[in-house]
Design a protein. Structure first.
Length: 221
């Protein structure tokens, strides 16, 4: 199963179409290559060669091995996803996924990309988000910040993606109040429920926004 989360640097219809094009290209190109870095290198090349408006998109693309919990991924300048998991002593920890080489897509033709790997164990949650969360502003122009997001995730008492998403969105809304925001919010939480068993196809519980979806194919938010 694959997952993609993207964030276009600019706003407006042109930017929205550029982001949609990038996501569509990832879906199509993923059929040709197994390694996410090869996928994003090919997508970047296509975007950069036809990018007269000088737009670019940050994008995270990962492929989850359902049988092992291994996630192979490539990050093109996007916010590194966070791994929410229990340490040996039972303490809830939040770890950033290691960054991989990769500029935002569409900027530089022939740009290099590399893949990374992480391993999920049962009940781990992978939190994918855009900087619309960490850079959400309040009336005093203070940012919600990555530190606040990490602290909030560590305080979670439920491992259900829908509960985590609800709590994060609630706290961001409480922080920003009625202050107008300049960026959209993207938030996805994927829980690993273990290796699939025969005749079972819902081993990943993926919640996006306030709606739950079963993660079977590449999803773009």
């Amino acid at each position: 199963a694959g997952v993609v989360v993207a964030d276009v640097a600019d706003k407006g219809m042109g930017s929205a179409l550029f982001g949609a094009l990038a996501s569509s290209l990832v879906r199509a190109t993923a059929r040709l290559y197994d390694d996410p870095s090869q996928v994003l290198a090919a997508v970047n090349q296509q975007l950069a060669e036809r990018n007269e408006a000088a737009l670019f998109v940050t994008l995270f693309y990962g492929v989850i091995d359902r049988s092992t919990g291994e996630v192979t991924y490539c990050n093109a300048g996007h916010e590194p996803p966070l791994l929410l998991h229990r340490a040996n002593g039972g303490e809830l920890r939040v770890d950033r996924t290691p960054t991989t080489k990769g500029l935002p897509l569409g900027l530089v033709p022939d740009a290099p990309f590399e893949s990374g790997k992480i391993k999920l164990v049962v009940d781990d949650n992978l939190v994918l988000f855009s900087d619309g969360i960490t850079e959400a502003e309040n009336d005093e122009n203070a940012l919600f910040s990555a530190a606040s997001l990490n602290a909030l995730l560590r305080s979670q008492t439920s491992s259900k993606p829908k509960d985590i998403i609800r709590n994060v969105l609630r706290d961001v809304q409480a922080f920003t109040g009625d202050h107008p925001q300049s960026d959209d919010i993207t938030l996805m939480v994927i829980r690993y429920d273990g290796a699939p068993v025969e005749n079972r196809s819902d081993n990943y519980d993926s919640e996006a926004g306030q709606e739950g979806r079963k993660l079977r194919l590449v999803k773009n938010l």
